[in-house]
Design a protein around this ligand. Structure first.
Ligand code: ADP
Length: 564
C-alpha cells in the first residue's frame, strides 16, 4: 500500500510538473508573440512616417538588425529591402499582410519556417502614396524555446523529482501510519481517519461478538473439563488406530497411568496405544470391538473393584473415527445384587425350616399318628414355629421398608426416655423369664425422630441384652441428655461377643450362635433393623463387648436430626 501511494504521488507530481511546464511555456510564448507583434506594429508606424517624409533617403545609413524592412510600390515591385537585393526579389503582392494592407491600410501575419525552427512576424502599412511598407522579424518557435531552456528545465526537473520522491515517501508513510498503528483489539480507541470509522466500528462489534463467543466457548469447555475431570467414572477417547487421545484422571488411575497434567485433554504418552497402557483384556477387547464399529458393554475388575465398560464407536461421516470408553464403578451395585441374592436365599432358608416343622407336625396329626396326650405339645410346637415365621416375615417387611428409606414415615419430636421406658415395660415378662433385671436411668431427652423406628431400636437392643444374658444378670438402660445430642446406652452382663463377630452382627441373618439364637426366637435381623433405623436418624452406633463379661451398645442421636 505504501509503495502504491508512493508511486501514485510521484506520478501525479511529475504529471502536474510537466503539464504546468507545457502550459506556462505555451502561455508565455503567446504573450511574448503578442508583445513582439505590438512592437512590430509600432516600429512599422514609425518607419512609415519616416519614409512618407523622407522617401528612399530614409533608408540611407539605416542600420537595422532586428527588423527586415521592405518597401514596395502598389504594384508589388520592391523599392527597398534591408536584407536582400530588391531587384532579385519576387513580387510580394500575394503575401497575406500585403494584401490586407492594400485592402485595409494595415495588415499583419506570421509564418513558420520550412524547418519549423523559426516563426516570422510581418506587419505591413499602406503609405499615403499607395506604396506598402513592411517590417518583419523572426524568433524561435516554442521547440527552440524549450531547447534553449533545456538546462534550467532539467535542473528544475531533477529538483522536482527529488522533492517528489522525498515528499511522496513522507506522505505515503504518513498516510499509511494510522493503518499500521491501528490497535485491532481496541479499534475505536486509536486515532484514525474519519472514513475508517464505519469499518472500525464493524471490526469492534465483530470483535466483541467474537470475544463473547470465545468466552462462552471457554466457559463451556471449562464446564466440560470440570465435569469430565471430576467425575468418578473413567473416560477414555481413542483414535481410529486405538491410540489414547484423551483420558480423565479417574480412568488414568484405573489404568495406573500418570497424567502429565490433571487435564482431560492431555494424553499420558502421545500416540500410546491403549493396549500398551493397560493390560486388562476385557477393556482392550471392548475397545477393539468399538473401533470395529460394534458397541460393547462388558464387566471388568480393576483393583478388586467391579466396573462396567461401555465402549461406543465414534462415527464421522459414516466411518469409525475413534471410540469412547466409559468405565462405571458398579462395585456397590454388584454388592447390593449379591446381598439381594443372599437375602433371598436366607429368607427362603429361614422360612423353610419352620414350614417343614409345621407341615411335619400337622401331617402327623392329620394321619392320626399322634397320641392324644402329645397333641397339645405338637400344637404348641406348630404355634411357636408359626409365631417365629410371623416374626420373621414382620422383620423382613420392616427391613424392606427401611431399605426404601422410610419415606412414608414422619419425623416428630419425641422423648427417648419414654421410648426406652415403653420397651423396658413390654419386655419385662421376657426379662422375668430369663431371670434378668432391667434398670432404666437417665433424663428425658427430646429428639426429632420416627416413633416406630425409635421403639424398634430400643426394643431390639434391650431384647438382645436380655436374650444373650445369663440368669441373674442385669441390663442397664440409660438416657443422657446433652446440649446437642441424646445418648442411649444399653449395657448387659451377658455372654459378650468375640471381636471377630463384632463387625458382622449388624449383617442380615448373621448370628454368632445360630441354634442358640433360634432357640431364643431370634431371626438374625434385629441388629440389621437397628443399623438402618440409626442411619435414618443420622445417629451413630458404637459397640463394646467382652466375651463372658457383657456388651455395651451406645447410640448417639443428634438433636437436630434433619428429615431423611
Ligand atoms: P437375633 O435375632 O439372632 O438376635 P440380631 O441381629 O439381633 O439377631 O443379633 C445378631 C447376633 O448378634 C445374635 O444372634 C447374637 O449372636 C449377637 N448379639 C446381639 N446382641 C447381643 C448381645 N447383647 N450380647 C451377645 N450377643 C449379641
Amino acid at each position: 500500500m505504501t509503495k502504491k501511494i508512493f508511486r501514485s504521488t510521484c506520478l501525479v507530481a511529475l504529471l502536474v510538473f510537466f503539464s504546468s511546464l507545457v502550459l506556462i511555456m505555451g502561455v508565455l510564448y503567446d504573450y511574448f508573440s503578442d508583445v513582439l507583434l505590438h512592437q512590430l506594429k509600432m516600429q512599422t508606424s514609425l518607419v512609415s512616417q519616416g519614409v512618407s517624409t523622407e522617401g528612399i533617403r530614409y533608408f540611407d545609413g539605416l542600420d537595422e538588425e532586428h527588423y527586415r524592412i521592405t518597401w514596395m510600390d502598389a504594384s508589388g515591385r520592391i523599392l527597398y529591402d534591408s536584407q536582400s537585393d530588391s531587384a532579385s526579389m519576387e513580387n510580394h503582392l500575394e503575401r497575406e499582410e500585403i494584401r490586407q494592407a492594400l485592402a485595409e491600410g494595415y495588415g499583419e501575419s506570421n509564418r513558420y519556417s520550412a524547418t519549423l525552427m523559426e516563426r516570422s512576424f510581418y506587419s505591413a502599412k499602406r503609405l499615403d502614396d499607395g506604396s506598402i511598407l513592411r517590417l518583419g522579424t523572426t524568433h524561435g518557435t516554442i521547440f527552440i524555446l524549450l531547447l534553449g531552456m533545456s538546462q534550467p528545465i532539467f535542473l528544475v526537473f531533477a529538483i522536482a523529482i527529488i522533492l517528489s520522491v522525498v515528499l511522496a515517501a513522507r506522505l505515503s508513510s504518513n498516510i499509511v501510519k494510522p493503518f499500521n498503528t491501528l490497535d485491532l483489539d481496541n479499534p475505536l480507541d486509536t486515532a484514525h481517519y474519519e472514513e475508517l470509522s464505519p469499518l472500525l466500528r464493524r471490526i469492534a462489534s465483530q470483535q466483541s461478538q467474537l470475544k463473547l463467543k470465545e468466552a462462552q466457548l471457554q466457559q463451556k469447555q471449562e464446564e466440560l473439563h470440570a465435569v469430565i475431570s471430576n467425575m468418578k467414572e473413567g473416560m477414555i477417547l481413542l483414535s481410529a488406530d486405538g491410540t489414547i487421545l484423551s483420558i480423565n484422571p479417574a480412568a488414568a488411575a484405573l489404568l495406573n497411568t500418570a497424567l502429565d497434567t490433571d487435564s482431560f485433554v492431555k494424553h499420558p504418552q502421545a500416540g500410546t496405544p491403549l493396549s500398551a497402557s493397560c493390560n486388562n483384556r476385557t477393556l482392550i477387547h471392548a475397545a477393539d470391538s468399538a473401533l470395529a464399529g460394534n458397541p460393547q458393554e462388558q464387566k471388568a475388575v480393576f483393583d478388586s473393584r467391579h466396573y462396567q465398560i461401555t465402549a461406543s464407536p465414534v462415527l464421522s461421516e459414516g466411518t469409525v473415527s475413534g471410540a469412547a470408553l466409559l468405565l462405571l464403578d458398579i462395585t456397590e451395585k454388584e454388592k447390593a445384587e449379591q446381598m439381594r441374592r443372599e437375602f433371598t436365599a436366607n429368607v427362603s432358608h429361614e422360612l423353610k425350616t419352620p414350614l417343614h416343622v409345621i407341615s411335619g407336625y400337622a401331617e402327623l396329626i392329620k394321619n392320626n399318628m399322634v397320641k392324644e396326650a402329645d397333641i397339645c405339645p405338637f400344637a404348641d410346637k406348630i404355634y411357636t414355629e408359626a409365631q417365629r415365621m410371623a416374626k420373621l416375615v414382620e422383620d423382613i417387611m420392616n427391613l424392606s421398608r427401611l431399605d426404601e428409606g422410610a419415606g412414608d414415615m414422619q419425623f416428630e419430636p419425641l422423648d427417648l426416655y419414654d421410648a426406652a421406658a415403653s420397651a423396658v415395660r413390654s419386655l419385662s415378662p421376657e426379662a422375668c423369664d430369663a431371670g434378668v433385671t432391667v434398670e432404666l436411668s437417665g433424663d428425658a431427652a427430646v429428639i426429632n425422630g420416627i416413633p416406630q423406628l425409635l421403639s424398634g431400636i430400643v426394643y431390639n437392643l434391650c431384647d438382645n441384652a436380655i436374650k444373650y444374658n445369663r440368669r441373674g444378670g442385669s441390663v442397664a438402660v440409660s438416657i443422657q441428655d446433652k446440649p446437642d445430642q441424646a445418648v442411649l446406652t444399653v449395657r448387659d452382663t451377658g455372654i459378650g461377643i468375640l471381636p471377630e463377630h463384632q463387625e458382622h452382627i449388624f449383617e442380615r441373618f448373621y448370628r454368632v450362635d445360630k441354634s442358640h439364637s433360634k432357640q431364643l426366637g431370634g431371626t438374625g435381623l434385629g441388629l440389621s433393623i437397628v443399623k438402618h433405623a440409626v442411619m435414618i436418624h443420622h445417629a451413630q452406633i458404637f459397640l463394646h463387648s467382652v466375651l463372658a463379661e457383657g456388651t455395651v451398645v451406645t447410640i448417639v442421636f443428634p438433636k437436630t436430626s434433619p428429615n431423611p
